[in-house]
Each structure stands twice: as structure tokens, then as C-alpha cells.
Design a protein around this ligand. Structure first.
Ligand SMILES: Cc1cc2nc3c(=O)[nH]c(=O)nc-3n(C[C@H](O)[C@H](O)[C@H](O)COP(=O)(O)OP(=O)(O)OC[C@H]3O[C@@H](n4cnc5c(N)ncnc54)[C@H](O)[C@@H]3O)c2cc1C
Length: 439
């Protein structure tokens, strides 16, 4: 046994783990973070809307930003007057680690192999044979955690993407002020590829005067084998898009300005619509481990950070109870049930079930249907589509958005939505509306 005894242990120093740890440290909780490599930089490029960055308190760590984003569809393009940014992930990570350390948090390099609860708290068994003792544990070890039990149900869909960072002599003028959030136009020669991929879209971020990040993405799909089996066809589509872009388009201009070889490759697999955790368990969870990825967009950063202060405050209140009350709350599991209600408030559970239902429909759509879907979607009032993609709308507003969308959608989409609503996924959604299940 190490000499480390903490009120709270957080498993994982990814964005979810450190975000929660930093919020808990601010609330004065005696905590520790355990990760095999607590100092390892995060790999993904985290993008988010600037107003969300402000709302979740990370605006100062946006490394690159664009005043607007663009959507391209077969039916035409549209400028979204909403700023978008790319996180300075290294800066944010370093700031959170520093704030935790200043508040006395412990960082332990280790891999958790087992989690054992008893009436007074929890013991974490580490791979090197040592153990850590605490009152409460939050698992933030990412998607597919082995310590968290989830509701039964169908497996998740996957967002899969292949991204490349290219050096260019100079980013074309037309690209500088705008990032492309989604370009859903067909890849030139797509049909002849016959690659079995669902519809894909292009994402473009001119990240510096001489660097452009381009990515081809399956929004959500169900690959027959490993999700990684889609990387090669995605790469082919991306190159085909870049090499055959029609003359005069920004991508064609970019082709002539490219220098040397790809600087970085991003291989992205995000499970979407993952089953929610059950609320009876004593191992709490946060971030990917708690299924917090937005089921219709694949974004996790904003929905997770929006909840961290509420969870930290609930933990601080619970852990600062008089000793006897705390012992009773731990022994009976009352504390854990209250924490799950803070991690997954009933309103967010309802929203997630609605999004997951929508995801199931999106995963079945072909390119013309996707085109019709997003054409209609971005016709919604700005406030409605914004809160839908940011996962910030309360459930009544979200339902109103979906109903309004349903009423205006083309007949083919109405038929699919109606069929799904009356089928298994509609029933599953309705049954889970009260909140997280207990088992
Ligand atoms: C390539 C890519 C790009 C993405 N881009 C975006 C984006 O732009 N915006 C967005 O919102 N989301 C994005 N996502 C989705 C989501 O934000 C990420 O998946 C996110 O990293 C999940 O954060 P997390 O902290 O929950 O888990 P992770 O980032 O996976 O971190 C988990 C941590 O736990 C540690 N750990 C694991 N097992 C153990 C163990 N047994 N003991 C101790 N420690 C352990 C790991 O070492 C790791 O440090 C992207 C995902 C990918 C893969």
C-alpha cells in the first residue's frame, strides 16, 4: 500500500479527468489523479465553437480561431456566423496540471487494474502491485472503460475520420478567415471507388499561414469489421477530393501550394451513442468513460466541461459532511446515487436519448438524404441549430426543435423518423426518459 490516502481518486489524465480534477481542486477536495503517463500530451485536435469555449471557461486556451465556419451541401453553401476554434491542448493541460498541483493534488504514474469498494471507501489496485486508498473514485479512463457498467442495448455506432496536416507555401486567401465545418458534397469519382463507405464529409482548418488540416469523416456508421478498416478508404477519398477538386475552388488552389510531405496524420475513432452508465454502481465516471460524447456530432469536450463544476460542487458538498453522515452515505451507497444524479442530470439523460435516436436515423442515410437533412437543419433558427450541436438546449426546446424539423423535413426523412419512432429505438428512448437506469 502506498501512503497515499485521498478523499477522491480520478482514474485518467485525459481531458475529462484533468477537467474534473481541476474543478475539484478549486473546491478544496483532497484528490489524486492516476494515469500510466500523467504528463503525456493529448493526441486529438480538439475543435469547438468559440461561444462554447467562453461558456465552459477555456476561451483563453483557444490556440487558433476563425470568425466564421462554412457548410457546403449539394444544394449550396452557407456561411455560419459563429466563431470556431482549435484548442491549445498542451497549454490547457499544463495549466490544469499546475492548478491541481498548487492545490496539493497528487499525480501517480500507474495503471489501475482493479477497483474494490467497501463500506468505508475504495481501493484501487495498480499494475505494479501497489494500491491507492480513497473514499470515492471517478473513472475518466476514456471510451470502453472496463470499470463502468452500462445499460444493456445495441452496440454503438462509430465516427471514423482520417486527417492530414499539410505544409503549404501560403494558405489561399479565400480560406484564411473561414474553417469548413462540413463539406458534404460528393467526392469527385466517388461512385467509381465502390469502397463501401457511408457518406463522408470534408473538414478543413487552416491552422497557420503555412499549414492546413484536412479530414475526411464518416459522421456515424456501423463498420462491418474494425472501425479502423475505414481508414484506407477515407484516406483515398480525401486524396481524391484534394487531387480532383474543380479548378477555381479553394481546394484546387491549395493543391498547387502544397509543399513536401504530410506533417501529421490523425486517425480518429469515436464510439457514438454509447449505452449510458447504470446509476447503482459505486464507481463513478466522467467523460468518455461515462458516455458523454454527443451522440449526433461526436464532440465530447464541450458537453463534458459544461458539467464539471456541478459535479465538483456536489462531490465537495458530499465529502465535507460531518464524519458520521459521510460514513453512512458511503456505506449505504446514498452518496454514489447522488453523484450519478449530478453527473447525469435527468434532463441531460433525456437529451442524450433523443440525440441517440437521431443518430440511429443519420447512420442509415445515403448522401441525398444527408443533404436534404442538413439543408433543412441549417434552415432552423440560429439559436436552435446552435444549441442542438452544442448539446446545451433543455429537453423541451430540443423536442420542439426536433418536432419543428420533423414537420419541415422532406417526406423520405419523415417516413424514416416515423418508422424509427414506432420501432425498437423509439421504445428504448421513451422507456429511458426518467433518467439513468439503476441496473
Ligand atoms: C482523433 C480524435 C479527435 C477528436 N476530436 C474531438 C474534437 O475535436 N472535439 C471533441 O469534443 N471531441 C473530440 N474527440 C472525442 C473525445 O473528445 C475524445 O475521445 C477524448 O479524448 C475523450 O476524453 P477522455 O478524457 O474521456 O478520455 P481519454 O482522452 O481517452 O483519456 C483517458 C486517460 O485515461 C488513462 N487511462 C486509461 N486506462 C487507465 C487505467 N486503467 N488506469 C489509469 N489510467 C488509465 C489514459 O492513459 C488516458 O490518459 C476526438 C477523438 C479522437 C480519437
Amino acid at each position: 500500500m502506498t501512503d497515499l490516502d485521498r478523499d477522491l481518486w480520478v482514474i485518467g489524465a485525459g481531458p475529462a479527468g484533468l477537467a474534473l480534477a481541476e474543478a475539484c481542486a478549486r473546491c478544496g477536495i483532497r484528490l489524486g489523479v492516476v494515469d500510466p503517463t500523467p504528463e503525456r500530451p493529448w493526441v486529438p485536435n480538439y475543435g469547438l465553437w468559440l461561444d462554447d469555449a467562453e461558456a465552459i471557461g477555456v476561451r483563453e486556451f483557444v490556440g487558433v480561431e476563425w470568425p466564421r465556419a462554412r457548410i457546403e451541401l449539394g444544394s449550396g453553401g452557407r456561411s455560419l456566423e459563429r466563431g470556431y476554434g482549435l484548442m491549445d491542448a498542451d497549454g490547457l493541460r499544463a495549466a490544469w496540471v499546475a492548478r491541481c498541483s498548487e492545490a496539493g493534488a497528487a499525480f501517480v504514474a500507474g495503471s489501475v487494474e482493479g477497483v474494490e469498494h467497501d463500506a468505508a471507501g475504495v481501493t484501487l489496485a495498480l499494475a505494479d502491485g501497489s494500491s491507492l486508498r480513497g473514499k470515492v473514485v471517478v473513472d475518466a479512463s476514456g471510451h470502453g472503460s472496463r470499470f463502468v457498467a452500462s445499460e444493456p442495448g445495441p452496440g454503438p455506432g462509430y465516427q471514423v475520420a482520417w486527417g492530414e496536416l499539410w505544409p503549404v507555401s501560403a494558405v489561399p486567401e479565400a480560406m484564411r478567415e473561414t474553417m469548413t465545418f462540413m463539406d458534404w458534397r460528393a467526392v469527385p469519382g466517388e461512385e467509381a471507388l465502390d469502397d463501401g463507405l457511408p457518406p463522408t464529409f470534408l473538414y478543413v482548418m487552416p491552422v497557420a499561414a503555412d499549414r492546413v488540416f484536412v479530414e475526411e469523416t464518416v459522421l456515424v456508421g456501423h463498420p462491418e469489421g474494425e472501425p479502423g478498416s475505414w481508414f484506407e478508404p477515407l484516406k483515398t477519398r480525401l486524396h481524391q477530393r484534394m487531387n480532383q477538386a474543380p479548378a477555381g475552388s479553394p481546394l484546387a488552389e491549395l493543391r498547387g501550394l502544397r509543399l513536401g510531405e504530410v506533417l501529421e496524420v490523425e486517425r480518429c475513432v469515436i464510439p457514438m451513442g454509447v449505452a449510458l452508465p447504470v446509476a447503482s454502481q459505486r464507481t463513478l465516471a466522467f467523460g468518455g468513460a461515462a458516455a458523454m460524447v454527443h451522440p449526433a456530432t461526436g464532440y465530447m469536450f464541450t458537453p463534458t466541461l459544461r458539467r464539471r463544476d456541478g459535479v465538483a460542487q456536489a462531490l465537495a458538498a458530499a465529502l465535507s459532511q460531518p464524519e458520521a453522515a459521510l460514513a453512512e452515505a458511503l456505506a449505504t451507497g446514498r452518496l454514489h446515487r447522488a453523484m450519478w444524479a449530478a453527473i447525469w442530470p435527468a434532463d441531460r439523460v433525456r437529451a442524450w436519448r433523443l440525440y441517440t435516436f437521431g443518430m440511429g436515423i443519420l447512420a442509415q442515410m445515403d448522401r441525398p438524404a444527408i443533404d436534404a437533412f442538413f439543408t433543412e437543419f441549417f434552415e432552423l433558427d440560429d439559436a436552435r441549430w446552435r444549441s442542438f450541436v452544442s448539446a446545451s438546449a433543455p429537453t423541451p426546446e430540443l423536442m420542439a426543435t426536433m418536432l419543428r424539423y420533423f414537420g419541415a423535413a422532406p417526406w423520405g426523412i419523415q417516413r424514416r423518423l416515423g418508422g424509427a419512432l414506432l420501432g425498437g429505438s423509439g421504445l428504448r428512448m421513451a422507456r429511458g426518459f426518467a433518467g439513468l437506469r439503476r441496473r
